[in-house]
Write a protein that binds this ligand. Structure first.
Ligand SMILES: *Cc1c(COP(=O)(O)O)cnc(C)c1O
Length: 398
């Protein structure tokens, strides 16, 4: 079966929610993927910041296989060892004392929204999030998402979500009322174009929460788990949230999400108030235990920061060499964006397509920047190859 044959079959049976590259991926290893025609790709998308240890990391694959041979699912009517091990690792390495497990980023945010509401009590249900944010595709998380294009056609959306303009804490404070229970934000907006929140801005948000008795929820679904060069992005900002959500990289590709919080806030979710049939599935959590163990090993986070500095330098070189297309670099760790000129933005989708043809996978985040989210195990030689391909594509763009 070729790419084209797979695409024809797929396009006949799927609801058309995705615009896909014309390739059927059949194999992965480290930072490489292979399609059904045997073409090799250098993967700087990593399943959208998911496969942080690279495709089919041997230790993760082994953990998955071992657990799949022992026990795959029993529901949360029982304890299971991998789920407990993972929760302990998360608690021991974060501000949090308690964890709720689910299967995706949107579900983790749904859990956070429910917790913020039930903890804050009657009449206090409103959550302030930021323009340009992305929090998921369920109805409540779409309502929390500060981008109208995700709302259109799905109204009426669940009530209790308001959006503040990005960048000025006063626009947030102006929205606080007796109904407000929480402020929800990403430490760095990934989907809308790799837009970091400045530390002073985040500290001002924490301060608003403290002065008004609001919960601060960090959506670290994309930024968490080493992506920005520390286990959690907020560690670099000097601000601790009350609730944090994780997902993408947690299972290195197996579906898994988590919502973390402190002892006293967690106490508001009592037996029967929230649940997930699959949440914290033994196979997914066994994979995640391996992921966290590898990420917590000596030197892993430092290696991300080193490679980030190397990559940023290279991308800045691209911006200098192609001022007609690119203006600079932004982001943290290995969540980086090449900012484009207006002319570059017009051609962004085409650049991504041409990179695909050259065997390099990137994307065009928020129709604004070229986003690079390689596996965190990427090597400098792979970064060089990616940048060479990008220069080749930009040379030919003219
Ligand atoms: C990807 C993402 C989500 C949604 O995660 P799903 O697993 O697709 O539901 C939520 N928040 C942020 C910041 C994300 O990047």
């Amino acid at each position: 079966m070729t790419n084209a044959e797979w695409a024809t079959r797929g396009n006949k049976v799927f609801i058309g929610t995705y615009s896909r590259f014309p390739a059927a991926m059949v194999k992965g290893s480290g930072c490489r993927l292979w399609d059904a025609d045997g073409k090799e790709y250098l993967d700087f998308l990593a399943g959208i910041a998911v496969c942080s240890l690279g495709h089919c990391h041997p230790a993760v694959t082994e953990a998955i296989c071992r657990q799949a041979g022992e026990l795959v699912h029993v529901s949360n009517l029982f304890h299971t060892p991998p789920q407990i091990r993972l929760a302990e690792l998360l608690v021991n390495n974060s501000f949090a004392d308690r964890v709720f497990m689910c299967n995706s980023g949107a579900e983790a945010n749904e859990a956070a929204i429910k917790l913020a509401r039930i903890h804050s009590g009657e009449g206090r249900y409103e959550i302030i999030s930021l323009a340009g944010s992305f929090h998921g595709r369920t109805l409540a998380t779409v309502a929390a998402t500060g981008q109208p294009r995700f709302h259109q056609g799905f109204e009426p959306l669940p009530q209790g979500f308001v959006h503040a303009e990005f960048g000025d804490p006063r626009t947030i404070e102006a929205l606080v009322s007796s109904k407000t229970c929480a402020i929800l934000c990403e430490p760095l907006q990934g989907e809308s174009g790799v837009r970091p929140l400045e530390p002073e801005y985040i500290r001002a948000i924490r301060d608003i929460c403290d002065r008004h008795g609001l919960l601060l929820i960090f959506d670290e679904v994309q930024t968490g788990l080493g992506r920005t060069g520390t286990l959690f992005a907020h560690e670099q900002l000097g601000v601790t949230p009350d609730i944090m959500t994780l997902a993408k990289a947690l299972g290195n590709g197996l579906p898994l999400g988590a919502m973390l919080t402190t002892e006293s806030i967690a106490a508001s979710l009592t037996v029967g108030t929230h649940a997930s049939t699959f949440g914290g599935n033994p196979v997914a959590t066994a994979a995640a235990v391996e992921v966290l163990t590898l990420m917590l090993a000596d030197g892993f986070m430092a290696s991300i920061r080193e490679k980030s500095a190397y990559f940023v330098d290279k991308l800045q070189g691209v911006a200098v060499r192609y001022p007609q297309w690119a203006t600079g670099v932004r982001g943290r760790g290995l969540l980086l964006g090449l900012m484009l000129t207006d002319k570059g933005i017009e051609r962004g989708a085409e650049i991504v397509q041409r990179m695909f043809e050259e065997g390099a996978l990137i994307n065009f985040a928020g129709n604004r920047v070229l986003r690079f989210v390689p596996p965190l195990i990427v090597g400098t030689a792979e970064i060089d190859t990616l940048v060479d391909k990008l220069c080749l594509v930009l040379d030919r763009l003219a």
